[in-house]
Design a protein around this ligand. Sequence first.
Ligand SMILES: [Cu+2]
Length: 179
Amino acid sequence: MQIKKLTFAAIACAAAFASFLGTPVRAEEVKAGDLVITQAWARATPKGAKIGGGYLTIENKGTAPDRLIGGSADIAGSVQVHEMSMDGGVMKMHPLDKGLAIEPGKVVKLAPGGYHLMMMDLKSPLKKGDRLPITLEFEKAGKVQVSLDVESVGAQGPTASPSSGSKKGMKGMSPGMKM
Ligand SMILES: [Cu+2]
């Protein structure tokens, strides 16, 4: 079961792996202490998919570091913080056991191809146009409610403008993995 889950995860991450070129602007923001969260979105999932990716931007306007350690959502069995990276030409992803550091004065972006939220054990597919309530959990800021705007399956950002971007970094993906 664990192996199967990881396979699903790898495929979804591969599908999510693309350069993030869009710089969409979203008016909506959520404040939690010194943290400002914007551009929260997720990708629609194909029928039967057990995991989905969530993305957002976190700015730390304070003077102390914080960490995004996880989250929860009614629609998912669990929500993890993942990182994607290239390892010898092969894309890999793994959960960040200690969470993702949000350093003071910094903006951390969770986006396709990099850090992301991984909603595991989805109970139903994520549908484009939905607003998905999710609770983020930070070490210091605690629990923070945000809504992910569900965009299309191949969206690169919350206001999906299909980029004519390069395909660099796509090496090592099998053809069946693209969406
Ligand atoms: Cu992942």
